[in-house]
Design a protein around this ligand. Structure first.
Ligand code: ARG
Length: 588
C-alpha cells in the first residue's frame, strides 16, 4: 500500500508536469499552518529561479491543473508562492478503509530482509541489575520489535558480562568466608556439589562487599585479579563456582527481564568468545596488523580524517590477558561464523563510544568481517534523577531495577484504586501493566542519545505525554467498542464514511501517518518518533471523542463508520505500543 505522503506527492508532481514544469518540484509536507491547510507544497518557490518566473505564477499554473483532482478538495496558490492543500474527504476515508485490511496497517514489509544481530541488555552476572541497564533493554527491545515487524530477521543477544573481575572478586570473598569449601582445595579430584553454596540474595550481598573491600585493600584486589586469571585458565574448582554463579544469576536475570517484557533470542556470554581469541590474535599478528607496543599487543585504528585522537586498539595486555576489546572482537568472529549477519547493532551507554569506534575499525581493518557488514552503535544517554545527576535511591545508593519497578507499580496501584472501586488483586495486576508503560514510555519518548530525567510523578500521570495517558486512551476506545458490541451489533461490518466533523478529519489524517512513522523510526533507530506519533494520535482521538456523541448517534451508518474509525485507531495504538514493548489492560 502506498504511503499517504507519496500519493499526495504523485498528484502534485503530475500537476507540475501538466503545467509544463519539472515533476520533481511536487514535494508535499504536512502544513505548518494547520489553521489554513492540511498539507503544503513549496515547489513553486524552489522552481522560480530555474524558470525565471515569480513563484506565485508557477503556483497558480499548478493549482489550475488540480481543479478536478480526486485527491485534493482545495489547492490554493498564496503569496509569495505556497500551494496550500486540503485533502478530499472521500479520498481520505477510502485510504483508511484500505489501511484497515492492509497487511501491517499499510507499512511495507521489507523487500530486502536483513539478518541483524542486536546486542542489548548487557547485564553483568552476579551484579544486581541496576537502572543503567534499563535503557539498553528498553531501547534495544523496541528496535528489535520494529525490525521484526517490518520483516527483518532480528536476533537479540543479551551478551552477558560473565568473564570480568567481578567473578574473581566473588570467588576471593567466598574463599575468605568459607576456606573449607571443596572448591578451594587444589588437590580435590572428586565431583563438585550440584547445589550452589549461596542463594541469589547472598550472592548479591557478596559482590558489593567484595567490590568495596578491593578498593581499600590492595592485597585483596591482587588476590581477586589472580583468581580471575586462574578462572580464565580453567581451574576446576573455580570453574565449578563460576557455573554456580551463572546458574543462580541467570535464573534471576530472566525473571527480571520477564517483568520488563524483554526477551532475548540468545543468552550468549562474553566467555563464549574466549575459544576464538588465540586464532584471532595469531592472524592479526601474522598479517602484520598487530604489533607490540610497551609490552602490549595493539592494532592502530587511527584514520586521517579523525578530529579527535583515537588510541590504538589494545588486543592483549602485557601479561597476555585479554581485555573488553578482545572479547568484543572475538564475539564478532563468533557472530560472523554462526549467523553471517548483515548488521550488528550495539545498544550501549554512549560513554562506551570510543571503545566501539576502536572495535569496529579494528574488526574491519583486520578482516574479521566482510567489508559490507554493517557495524552500528546506538549510544544512549544517562538516566538522571530530578536533581540532574545519575539516578540514585533516596539513600544515595545505586537504584536496583527491581526496586524502581516496585516503586512505580506501588504509585500506579494507588492511582488506580483512587480512580475507581476495584478488587485489590485486579488493581495490582493493572498497576503492573500501567507501571511498565510509565517506565518504558518515559524512557523511549526521549531521543535515545540524550540524557533524560526520570521523573516518577510525571511518568505515572494519566495526563500529558506519558505511557499511562496512551493506555488510558486505548482503554477508553475498548470500552466504547464493548458497549457497542453489547447492543449486539457486529463490529465487522461498516464502511468508513467521509469525516463528519473537523475533529474526525484531524483524527483520520493522523491515522494515515502510521506506515511512514514506523518505517522511519526503524530506519533511524528512533523509537521516540513512534512515541510522538501516538501522543499526537491519542490527542486527536480524545478531541474527537469529546466532541462526538458516538453511541447515541441515531444514523446507524454513521455510527458504524465511527466504530470502524475507533477500531482502526485502537489497532494503530496497540500495534505501536507493542512495538515499544508494552501493552494495554482491559480497564484502568
Ligand atoms: N556488560 C557491559 C556493561 O555493563 C555492556 C556490554 C555491551 N555489549 C558489548 N558487546 N560490549 O558495561
Amino acid at each position: 500500500m502506498e504511503k499517504m505522503m507519496d500519493l499526495l506527492a504523485q498528484e502534485l508532481s503530475a500537476a507540475f508536469e501538466k503545467a509544463g514544469y519539472d515533476s520533481s518540484y511536487g514535494r508535499v509536507t504536512v502544513s505548518n499552518r494547520p489553521d489554513l491547510c492540511e498539507y503544503q507544497c513549496n515547489g513553486a518557490m524552489a522552481g522560480a529561479k530555474a524558470y525565471h518566473k515569480a513563484p506565485i505564477v508557477i503556483a497558480q499554473d499548478v493549482v489550475e491543473k488540480l481543479s478536478d483532482s480526486q485527491v485534493f478538495s482545495m489547492a490554493e496558490a498564496v503569496k509569495p508562492g505556497f500551494i496550500n492543500l486540503k485533502i478530499k474527504e472521500t479520498f481520505l476515508s477510502g485510504y483508511l478503509q484500505k489501511m484497515h485490511t492492509a497487511q501491517l496497517l499499510g507499512a511495507e514489509k521489507t523487500q530486502n530482509p536483513k539478518t541483524i544481530i542486536i546486542d542489548y541488555g548487557g547485564p553483568n552476572v552476579a551484579k544486581p541489575l541496576h537502572v543503567g541497564h534499563l535503557r539498553s533493554a528498553i531501547i534495544g527491545e523496541s528496535i528489535k520489535r520494529m525490525g521484526r515487524f517490518l520483516g527483518h530477521e532480528m536476533i537479540g543477544d543479551v551478551h552477558l558480562g560473565d568473564w570480568g573481575l567481578q567473578m574473581g572478586l566473588i570467588i576471593t570473598e567466598l574463599k575468605h568466608r568459607q576456606p573449607e569449601l571443596v572448591y578451594f582445595d587444589e588437590s580435590y579430584e572428586g565431583e563438585y556439589p550440584k547445589e550452589a553454596p549461596f542463594t541469589i540474595g547472598e550472592l548479591e550481598e557478596i559482590y558489593p562487599a567484595a567490590s568495596a573491600k578491593s578498593k581499600g585493600d590492595e592485597s585483596f584486589r591482587e588476590e581477586a585479579l589472580e583468581a580471575t586469571h586462574l578462572l580464565q585458565q580453567g581451574r576446576p574448582g573455580y570453574m565449578a563456582l563460576w557455573n554456580h554463579i551463572m546458574r543462580v544469576s541467570v535464573t534471576d536475570l530472566k525473571k527480571n527481564y520477564e517483568k520488563l517484557n524483554v526477551t532475548f533470542d540468545l543468552w550468549k556470554k562474553e566467555s563464549d568468545a574466549q575459544p576464538y581469541i588465540p586464532a584471532m590474535v595469531e592472524e592479526m599478528r601474522e598479517k602484520g596488523y598487530a604489533y607490540m607496543d610497551q609490552g602490549a599487543l595493539v592494532v592502530d585504528v587511527k584514520e586521517e580524517t579523525d578530529t579527535k585522537e583515537v588510541p590504538p586498539c589494545m588486543i592483549l595486555k602485557s601479561d597476555g590477558a585479554s581485555l573488553y576489546t578482545t572479547t568484543d572482537l572475538a564475539t564478532i568472529v563468533e557472530r560472523e561464523k554462526l549467523f553471517h549477519p548483515d548488521e550488528i547493532l550495539y545498544v550501549v551507554d554512549k560513554r562506551q563510544e570510543m571503545h566501539f569506534v576502536q572495535v569496529f575499525r579494528c574488526a574491519k581493518k583486520t578482516g574479521l568481517l566482510p567489508q559490507e557488514t554493517k557495524l552500528s552503535f546506538l549510544g544512549f544517554g544517562t538516566m538522571n534523577g530530578k536533581d540532574g545527576k545519575p539516578f540514585k535511591t533516596r539513600e544515595g545508593g545505586v537504584m536496583r531495577l527491581e526496586h524502581l519497578i516496585e516503586d512505580i507499580n506501588e504509585e500506579m496501584f494507588h492511582k488506580i484504586v483512587e480512580n475507581r472501586s476495584v478488587k485489590d488483586k485486579d488493581a495490582r495486576q493493572t498497576a503492573q501493566i500501567v507501571g511498565l508503560s510509565a517506565i518504558k514510555y518515559g524512557d523511549l519518548s526521549n531521543q535515545a542519545t540524550k540524557d533524560y530525567i526520570f521523573d516518577i510523578d510525571r511518568f505515572t500521570s494519566f495526563e500529558g505525554n506519558t505511557g499511562p495517558y496512551i493506555l488510558y486512551t486505548i482503554v477508553r476506545i475498548k470500552s466504547i467498542l464493548n458497549r457497542y458490541e453489547q447492543e449486539n451489533k457486529d463490529t465487522e461490518n461498516g464502511e468508513i464514511l467521509e469525516a463528519a466533523n473537523e475533529s474526525e478529519k484531524v483524527l483520520m489524517l493522523a491515522l494515515t501517518g502510521f506506515p511512514a512513522v514506523v518505517e522511519g523510526a526503524f530506519e533511524e533507530k528512533a523509537p521516540h518518533k513512534v512515541c510522538s506519533y501516538i501522543y499526537e494520535l491519542a490527542n486527536a482521538f480524545n478531541r474527537f471523542y469529546h466532541e462526538t456523541k458516538i453511541l447515541s448517534e441515531e444514523d446507524e451508518r454513521q455510527k458504524a463508520s465511527w466504530i470502524q474509525v475507533l477500531l482502526l485507531t485502537r489497532k494503530v495504538l496497540e500495534t505501536s505500543i507493542d512495538l515499544l514493548g508494552f501493552s494495554a489492560p482491559e480497564r484502568m
